[in-house]
Design a protein around this ligand. Structure first.
Ligand SMILES: [Zn+2]
Length: 291
């Protein structure tokens, strides 16, 4: 089993074919690790853009990559052939810092190679998720530089935002956080289920009658007396959320029930909240109704 750490730089380009913005890869940097986790070999390639020749100011400022540099680059297809040679094994674990690079990589393989899967990699590890799990940093994503500082690696010594330097830095992080048992558990085979999960587009359900929403989740009980509330108006969808007016007939209190249904690969994540209606709002509503 070979391990490759990869980092990409890309340029936001408007694409007719993709019918929207497309993140076109302009640099692939990678390191292949030896058995002991040290860097055995490096791969660095500039990709000549095919969708948008002009790099955005943001990309040039952030990466220092110029139009001239990428103009002398190779095609994405050629880069992928060379990368496969570089990986050089039938069993290769791909590692990136967060899944962002992975998703851009998949997007480019679809666009340029017409393939749904990334060639030459069979397994995947999100090193950001793994590192954060090892250090117990919580669920907020930590940037590569900040994570390096957390484990006393000075990222300022390296030239950041060049794909190859970021891969080398990620490799130093890997060496510090690696532990065989937990790492083995972090490895995912890149099978059909993996691609489905990783490319699943999270959406907010906007149809209140969707079978994905259980009717019981649309009911509320009074926070004073505990009785079931009566819905006194229609559900409305606004700002990724459903709203409806509710009333407790026993207490005579009015509420607004809010429900948000986020459709994730794992299923529907439901958030609900009951907010007492303020008298002021009621007065305003009454005034509005009477005029
Ligand atoms: Zn009540």
């Amino acid at each position: 089993m070979t391990r490759v750490i990869l980092d990409l730089e890309w340029n936001g380009a408007w694409s007719k074919k993709a019918k929207g913005y497309f993140n076109e890869i302009i640099e692939i940097g990678a390191v292949r690790l030896a058995e002991d986790g040290t860097v055995a070999d490096r791969f660095d390639a500039y990709i000549r853009p095919a969708v948008s020749k002009k790099l955005t100011k943001l990309v040039t400022n952030l990466t220092g990559i110029t139009d001239e540099q990428v103009e002398q680059g190779i095609s994405f297809e050629t880069a992928m052939r060379r990368l496969a040679k570089f990986a050089g094994d039938s069993d290769v674990t791909l590692m990136t810092w967060s899944t962002t690079d992975l998703l851009v990589f998949i997007e480019n393989c679809r666009y340029f190679l017409g393939q749904e899967r990334i060639p030459c990699f069979t397994h995947y590890v999100d090193l950001q998720a793994y590192g954060q799990q090892r250090l117990d940093t919580g669920s907020n994503q930590v940037s590569l530089e900040n994570f390096a500082r957390l484990i006393n690696i000075d990222p300022d010594k390296m030239e950041l935002h060049h794909a190859i330097d970021d891969s080398v830095l990620t490799a130093s992080i890997f060496q510090k956080v690696y532990e065989p048992t937990s790492f083995a558990a972090a490895v995912s085979p890149m099978n059909t289920e993996f691609y489905r999960r990783i490319t699943f587009k999270v959406t907010y359900i906007s149809d209140i009658n969707s079978p994905l929403i259980r009717r019981a989740d649309l009911r509320f009980s009074c926070d004073c007396c505990g009785r079931n509330l009566k819905r006194t108006g229609k559900w409305k969808f606004y700002n990724r959320m459903f709203f409806a007016p509710f009333r407790c007939e026993a207490c005579g209190k009015d509420f607004t029930g809010r429900v948000q249904a986020k459709h994730k690969y794992e299923g529907v994540e439901l958030k609900k909240r009951l907010v007492p209606k303020k008298e002021k709002e009621e007065q305003q509503e009454n005034t509005a109704l009477s005029t």
